[in-house]
Design a protein around this ligand. Structure first.
Ligand code: MIC
Ligand code: SF4
Length: 645
């Protein structure tokens, strides 16, 4: 049988199930990654499993999100993660070493392997030909304990890249064009596989930029072939032995696809407040810019930074613009420092930030009120920058740097000739901020700070599931809406009771109070509910507040899995029109809910307030149904569940 790349890797890792789109499959996981804002919770859950040492080929714990340390909380969490890592055989990447996805690409990613990460941008490693998937922390904890990762077999969607990019057009513009075409829900249920002669013209960091923002399409993951370009990248990282060729068989089949002529693309920007709200930079016009932020796991590679430095060399950042730059890893920063590019940035007036997520997750650098902020990042959801009224545009590093000088949004083509940059044959490799695990075990004491609180665990599903509609929201609600993250809240990722007061803060600040007063209830949502981050806090916090179910028009993949893992019913309107028949405050009842779930058919929900009934679907596998009945994955596993298919 002729196989595409995704199916080749899935086949090699298939523990059970068949590669039929929509059917549940389970995959053996070779590597895991966590970052600190989801990692603390993932390791608490891993510890609860009582496994003496991780059973993956390699597990890495990064600290890159919560690095502000405005109080003891973050530093305590870092200590907790580093001691857990030492005890259980996990590599620990210290704060300052870089953003997890950039460092993983440089130092650990291996073509053909599977990677499960507690961060939605884990697919970045797809640029290297890895099958890299983002998941909730609990799923990653299970993988560390040696369990397989369950998912529905995605469709494999091929994007053929033809031709070559014009000067000043970059990988970011390719993925923005794809987002324009497919929208933020266009990738749901799909693995995006890249093919065509255009792929050979893209470096690994460029491929990684594209794979990274596949998360914004809602895709399960994105993957590129592993070819001579991949080999060169690994050689430059001193890891040529990790290379293996992976390409699709001639005549391999796909479930769908599209073609893009790279030569026709122009610099693009995603306008506020969605990554798919894309237009040509020149059509948006010369809007005044207040802030430019360059970095994040999307665009912080050596080449990206060198392009920026070359544009800034000998120039001055516009007096009205604050330009902040965060190189993606210490490797990148070291190389910029050694070749003088860092000095060019500083001389032009850039503010240099540490190698971390920083402003991308609202950890500092919140823009001024109503400010326009151009960012090379991947998400521009309303309020995510830390300033509710800010207008964030997502652009390429070239557009960002040129606009920082001009003070207005500018098509980089206006700057003149594109500066050529050369990529060194060898990158500077210094892994002394990565602590390899020793023998671990009882010789290591895990240090827990006072901010680490127990995580909530659900109880078995009741037969009568009833409660009020606590909130009714629209389409494309993100996990940033459900459980916001910013410099004030991120330190509390290991403290669910604290976070609970901020659930749905931007949409309905009264939500936590209503949930408490009513002893929990239901959430009603629109299309693509829970898109964005992998944070399981967007399920754990509602669980803590007593939420029993979410009824939506459709769900994003990771959030739906997190709801199931928490034992919260994820229900899909059988008839979308019924969405219009529920109002906030309506009393909903699922009579004999437990039996209905057991029967596995459509559930009947009674809207007692309006005196009407409607049907909802629960598109769950038998295993997922059992998890819901048990009250979440932890209970299911404790009760002897976790059967291997
Ligand atoms: C994000 O970009 O939203 C994050 C912060 O990296 C999240 C993880 C988190 O919420 O901790 C993600 O993408 O999964
Ligand atoms: Fe960090 Fe931003 Fe990437 Fe999330 S999207 S991992 S916050 S850099």
């Amino acid at each position: 049988m002729k196989l595409n790349i995704a199916k080749k890797i899935i086949k090699e890792h298939l523990v059970c199930g068949e590669m039929i789109p929509g059917q549940e499959i389970a995959l053996r996981i070779d590597q895991t990654l966590t970052q600190d804002s989801t990692g603390t919770m993932a390791y608490l859950q891993f510890e609860a499993m009582g496994v003496p040492r991780v059973r993956t080929k390699k597990s890495v714990a990064y600290v890159d999100h919560n690095t502000l340390q405005t109080g003891f909380e973050n530093a305590d969490d870092h200590k907790y993660i580093s001691t857990v890592a030492a005890k259980y055989g996990i590599y620990y990447s210290k704060p300052g070493n870089g953003i997890c996805h950039q460092v993983h690409l440089e130092r650990f990613g291996i073509p053909g392997m599977t990677l499960l990460g507690s961060d939605s941008h884990t697919p970045t490693a797809g640029g290297l030909g890895m099958l890299a998937i983002g998941a909730g922390g609990l799923d990653v904890a299970v993988a560390m304990a040696g369990g397989p990762y369950y998912l529905r077999m995605p469709e494999i969607y091929r994007i053929v890249l033809k031709g070559k990019l014009q000067p000043w057009v970059s990988a970011k513009d390719i993925i923005l064009e794809i987002l324009r075409m497919l929208t933020v829900k266009g990738g749901v249920g799909k693995i995006i596989e890249y093919a065509g002669e255009g792929v050979e013209t893209l470096t690994i960091p460029e491929r990684a930029t594209i794979a990274n923002m596949g998360a914004e399409l809602g895709a399960t993951t994105s993957i590129f072939p592993s070819d001579e370009v991949t080999r060169e990248f690994l050689r430059a990282q001193g890891r040529e032995e990790d290379w293996r060729e992976i390409k699709a068989d001639e005549g391999a089949e796909y479930d769908g696809g599209l073609e893009i002529d790279l030569g026709l693309l122009e610099p693009l920007a995603a306008k506020p407040h969605s990554p798919d709200n894309v237009a040509k930079v020149k059509d948006i016009g010369k809007i005044k810019v207040d802030q430019v932020a360059i970095g994040s796991c999307t665009n912080s590679s050596y080449a990206d930074m060198m392009k920026v430095a070359s544009i800034l060399r000998g120039k001055r950042v516009h007096p009205d613009v604050s330009l902040v730059i965060a190189p993606g890893s210490r490797q990148v920063l070291t190389m910029l420092a050694q070749n003088g590019a860092l000095a060019d940035m500083v001389a032009a007036g850039a503010r240099i930030l540490e190698c971390a997520c920083g402003p991308c997750i609202g950890m500092g650098q919140a823009p001024a009120s109503n400010a326009v902020s151009l960012r090379t990042f991947n998400r521009n959801f309303e309020g995510r920058s830390g300033t509710a009224s800010a207008k964030v545009y997502l652009v390429s590093p070239e557009t960002a740097a040129v606009s920082a000088i001009a003070g207005v949004l500018t098509d980089p083509g206006e700057f003149g000739e594109e500066p050529g940059i050369t990529i060194p044959e060898k990158f500077i490799v210094n892994d002394n901020m990565i602590i390899a695990p020793g023998p671990g075990g009882n010789s290591v004491e895990v240090v827990r700070g006072p901010n680490i609180k127990p995580f909530p665990v659900n109880k078995e599903l009741d037969n009568n599931v009833a409660g009020k509609t606590l909130v009714k929201v629209g389409d494309n609600i993100t996990t940033d809406h459900i459980m916001p993250s910013n410099a004030k809240l991120l330190p509390y990722r290991s403290n669910i009771p604290y976070l609970a007061d901020y659930c749905f803060m931007a949409i309905d600040p009264g939500f936590p109070r209503k949930a408490r007063e009513n002893g929990g209830g239901f959430i009603v949502g629109g299309v693509n509910y829970g898109q964005g981050s992998s944070r399981e806090h967007a399920a754990l916090v509602p669980l803590y507040l007593g939420v029993k179910g979410v009824i939506a028009k459709s769900f994003s993949r990771i959030h739906m899995a997190n709801l199931i893992n928490s034992g919260i019913l994820p229900m899909v309107f059988d008839n979308e029109e019924d969405y219009g028949k529920i109002d906030e405050g309506d009393e909903l009842v699922i009579e004999n809910g437990r039996e209905q779930v057991q029967r596995g058919e459509k559930l009947t929900v009674l809207n007692k307030t309006k005196g009407i009934e409607f049907k909802v679907k629960m598109p769950l596998s038998e295993r997922q149904r059992e998890i819901i009945l048990a009250g979440g994955l932890i209970n299911y596993t404790a009760k002897g569940g976790g059967k291997q298919c």
